[in-house]
Write a protein that binds this ligand. Structure first.
Ligand code: F0G
Length: 352
């Protein structure tokens, strides 16, 4: 799209804004839908695979879509401060958009479980960061209570404007593909994003912009898969820290999406996630964060179920640069340090 000014500008007729709404934007959205031929060939049978690379948003994750709307509406309502609990990405996006809109941002994160890049962002954008001795679920309980008792707007995905903004990702997918995909594979934590995509597809379908609706395939990390087991997880554990969530805030919505789309929730192990993570980078040249790779891990795990010739979109929710520690840890074998600086030694090590 030429002259892209952000997703509110482009999709304003689908969003709860007026001419007087003070739009807070970093020109988020319009992220590429990239073919993934290596993943597709692993599935075969003429299946086409695309990744929606939302890691290319201004703060490096899909949260920017929700945050441009949530912060815009907070500003319109006269808010002076916003608050969220976060596994990292929401805090980075909340901090950036709040500051852009002239508001303070307060964020609660779980001690020791936020990837380095996300923490760096929240701090530099100027949020007040509190790292709690507890997990994300506990942090969300606290910020909900704070927002009910003090003059501060909650911007987690229980804020309805978040989902309004995030539904535009589905619009973009349809705008590029010319129709809805047959399957949408997506990582699931709080289940806000899967709910938002579904809203987007349904709205476009009602307008006749797509001929059908996709099967929504949500994937959770095996150690944090309450929507798969049907029970809260008290001590969620996974290397994909972004989706280390045991009690999703949008649980009911998620079940409704699954039923309406005849979709599924399934679990993928950390090994499967990290294998997909490496494959995306090493075979497709696409660097996402571990949680994002759950969508591709899930697709590969369930490849037998994909109809021949189907079009599949996997959502890559966050940029790989968010979590440099995971990248280095899982590529140690490729990294020879302390090599003597001599031509012959270097050439020999390269196998020449
Ligand atoms: N992928 C990434 C990279 C995320 O950061 C998140 C959620 C998800 C997937 C799951 O999305 O919650 O809408 O189902 N991150 C939140 C955060 C919890 O605080 O940044 P969801």
């Amino acid at each position: 799209v030429a002259n892209w000014h952000g997703l509110i500008h482009t999709y304003r007729h689908y969003l709860p804004v007026t001419d007087r709404t003070p739009i807070v934007t970093l020109h988020e959205g319009n992220t590429p839908l990239i073919p993934a031929p290596a993943i597709a060939s692993e599935i075969g049978r003429g299946v086409q695979v695309f990744v929606k690379y939302d890691g290319l948003n201004p703060t490096g994750s899909f949260k920017d879509r929700g945050m441009t709307m949530a912060i815009t509406k907070a500003k319109e309502a006269g808010a002076k401060a916003v608050i969220c609990a976060s596994t990292g990405n929401t805090s980075a996006a909340a901090a950036a958009y709040a500051r852009r809109g002239g508001m303070r941002a307060y964020v609660l994160i779980p001690d020791g479980y936020v990837a380095l890049g996300k923490l760096a962002q929240a701090l530099l954008y100027g949020a007040e960061v509190l790292s709690i001795k507890g997990n994300f679920d506990r942090a969300l309980e606290i910020v909900r209570e704070v927002s009910e008792n003090y003059p501060v707007t909650l911007v987690n995905s229980v804020n309805p404007y978040r989902l309004e903004g995030q539904k535009t990702a589905a619009f973009e997918v349809v705008d590029v593909l010319g129709d809805a995909p047959d399957w949408l594979c997506i990582p699931v934590g709080n289940a806000g994003n899967i709910s938002a995509y579904w809203m987007g597809f349904c709205e476009y379908h009602q307008e006749g912009r797509c001929s059908h609706l996709p099967k929504m395939m949500g994937f959770q990390a095996a150690g944090a898969a309450p929507l798969v087991s049907g029970e809260k997880v008290t001590h969620p554990e996974t290397l994909a820290t972004a989706i280390r969530i045991g009690n999703p805030a949008n649980w009911q919505r998620a079940i409704a999406v699954q039923e309406a789309s005849r979709g599924e929730f399934n679990a993928v192990t950390d090994d499967e996630i990290m294998t997909a993570y490496r494959k995306l980078a090493a075979h497709e040249g696409i660097f996402c964060e571990p949680a994002s790779a759950a969508s591709v891990a899930g697709l590969l795990k369930h490849k037998e179920k994909v109809p021949a010739g189907a079009k599949v979109v996997c959502v890559l929710t966050g940029n790989g640069l968010k979590d440099p520690d995971s990248a280095i840890k899982f590529s140690e074998n490729n990294f020879r340090q302390g090599v003597e600086p001599h031509l012959e030694i270097v050439a020999q090590m390269m196998g020449f």
